[in-house]
Design a protein around this ligand. Sequence first.
Ligand SMILES: Nc1ncnc2c1ncn2[C@@H]1O[C@H](COP(=O)(O)OP(=O)(O)OP(=O)(O)O)[C@@H](O)[C@H]1O
Ligand SMILES: [Mg+2]
Length: 348
Amino acid sequence: MEQLKAIFEKFVKPKARVSIGLDIGNSSVKVVQLLMQPGSLLKELVSFDIQSFKSSKGTDILQAVKKSLANAQISTKLVNTSVSGQAVIVRYVQMPKMTREELMKALKFSLGKYIPFNLNEVNYDFQILGEGGEGKGLKTMKVLLVAVKKEVIEERIKILRDAGLTPRVIDVDSFAIVNSFKLVQKENKGIIAVLDIGADITSTTILRDNIPHFNRDIPIGGRQLTKAIIDEFEMTEEEANDLKHNPKDRYGDLINAIRSVLDSLTSEIQMSFNYAESQMGGSVQKIFLTGGTAKFKGIDKVLNSILGIDVEVWDPTRILQINPDLPKARLIDAGPLLTVSIGLALRG
Ligand SMILES: Nc1ncnc2c1ncn2[C@@H]1O[C@H](COP(=O)(O)OP(=O)(O)OP(=O)(O)O)[C@@H](O)[C@H]1O
Ligand SMILES: [Mg+2]
């Protein structure tokens, strides 16, 4: 009987399987391996790795990808990855109510209105998000448009191929961030902003009741902070990064050195909020921060004092089951850097 049960379970029970999220950021590669149990909301973080690269040359990135896969002991070839930055356009637009087929035709003519690129240069997709109420007497609907420059996708696919990988999903960073966020904050009411501050980009998403309504990648991040420190203290990049990561008793001087970068960043954030708020008819009540630069000491207080909005730093790993073999200190250190890769792996 026991034997029969074992055989039955072996053949019939859906198997747990691993899902890989590979985030190739502007400063480092982050890979996570999640174990997805069928029918369970619990996911286990089996392994992860972070490999920074010095230059954004394809060969340096490829080396970092290969090393991260080896360190995280990943043998699966199928991975989920994402793209971000100025070559990616995400727009939430209100359009007259129509069918998917009609929309497909309409977009052929009107897409140029929303996307600042030649349409031959991009791959685009859209999704009807639901009815959007009345506008000028017409029934309207909300549409999500995503366009990515073909060259960016091709470049990404090439790196994956060279690393012996096959992309299962090519997503956009901001969607992956929201995916992670929703796992941590299941039921968020009202208007909130999720910011992932990386090395070169601050991905800004504004959600109402946990549904995204606005996204913009602001081209400012931790690298500009480091550059301001280099200029102010005439340090090498390595010394400046060390000071940024561990300011000790030089915190006051450091804040003064990076003040103008923080001002530029917060004014871009404020501009995005103003635009989204005018569209959404309400104001941002809270900011949730993640990404490597969310680890900068006191950044929540700095943003709170400039923007006057409650700020909380969040870490997606705290909601996962953790493989007990993973070193705790390394995981705590890595947490906010893994947001995109975890959101990607969650796609299954
Ligand atoms: N403890 C820390 N204090 C301050 N900054 C930190 C700390 N740890 C990491 N950072 C900064 O975080 C940045 C890297 O973050 P992250 O890995 O999220 O970026 P990325 O994904 O490579 O870049 P992007 O998202 O812009 O493509 C670097 O600028 C790094 O200096
Ligand atoms: Mg990033």
